[in-house]
Design a protein around this ligand. Structure first.
Ligand code: X2W
Length: 282
């Protein structure tokens, strides 16, 4: 397709007020395993993140990787069960989770950002005691619930011009335990502790839908609670919206649930009039 250059220049010009608004802002982006896709999609995501950094935003990437963990568990012949949207995680499973998330997935994202000319450093919730957890529920084994956040390492990285890329694996309070943390939960806890300007939850649906099946573009926490109570919000959208509510309560200015498979999803949300997906804010 031939580029429409006058329109491209106009788009850039129209972005000026948004570029000014987000200069210096902290934007936590949760990049889920289902939103990652192929190498092209990964490169596109990385390009958006590097562009954000280039125009003065401080992006912080928190990733998932559920499908990649499934693939490795399958290869190793380890069976995995799910309970209320979380992986039941025994000792053998948590070792695979840590290897896949902090190794394969984390380094793939770091590399993609560097390929686009950005600086990125990959860490997990274990590094510098970033995210200390307790067991979430005895039935889930080594699944962590963040209880103590030490986010200075993230500030140190972005203040040095480096994009932090964080795997949702954490330390326990005792015995050097390792915990598997749901990626949305980790992103919410990190955004809350940073009092981020935005938390973008990139997923593989268009946003939160109302009873008529239309994506709701703006919601207050009260409206979200009512939609959960009356069953309008159901299934996998429940933990996502609950993460959003907790993050807003912790001081994040706004949370947006959006479709990460759409080209330039992050740029659309931050730098255009219409935005993208569903925004939750007070
Ligand atoms: C997740 C961590 C990865 C994740 C898991 O084991 O799959 C729990 O369920 P997505 O791609 O964002 O779903 N942890 C406790 O959240 O990945």
């Amino acid at each position: 397709m031939k580029q429409d250059w006058p329109a491209a220049a106009r788009t850039l010009s129209e972005a000026l007020p948004y570029l000014q608004r987000y200069s210096g802002a902290v934007v936590v982006v949760k990049f889920g395993g289902n939103a990652m896709g192929d190498d092209d999609a990964m490169a596109q995501f990385a390009r958006d993140i590097v562009l954000m950094r280039q125009v003065g935003v401080n992006p912080v990437v928190v990733h998932g990787g559920g499908p990649m963990i499934n693939e490795m568990l399958d290869k190793l012949g380890i069976k995995s069960d799910w309970l209320r949207g979380k992986r039941v995680t025994d000792k053998a499973t948590v070792e695979v989770v840590e290897m896949v998330l902090t190794g394969l997935v984390n380094k793939r994202i770091v590399q993609a950002i560097m390929d686009e000319g950005g600086r990125a450093v990959g860490i997990s919730g274990k590094d510098d005691d970033l995210m200390v957890c307790e067991a979430d529920d005895p039935e889930l084994g080594f699944v962590g619930r963040p209880v103590e956040m030490n986010v200075q390492v993230i500030r140190d990285l972005y203040n040095a011009g480096i994009i932090p890329v964080i795997a949702p694996v954490a330390t326990g309070m005792k015995d050097n335990e390792t915990f598997n943390v749901n990626g949305d939960t980790a992103a919410g806890a990190i955004a809350g502790a940073l009092k981020a300007d935005r938390l973008l939850l990139l997923t593989d649906v268009k946003g939160v839908k109302n009873k008529a099946g239309e994506v709701v573009t703006q919601m207050t926490p009260e409206e979200v609670r009512a939609m959960i109570a009356d069953g309008t919000i159901a299934g996998g959208m429940i933990p996502k919206t609950e993460t959003a509510l907790a993050a807003v309560e912790a001081g994040v200015r706004a949370v947006v649930i959006l479709d990460g498979r759409v080209d330039n999803a992050c740029l659309l949300e931050l730098f255009t009039e219409g935005g993208a997906g569903s925004m939750i804010r007070s």
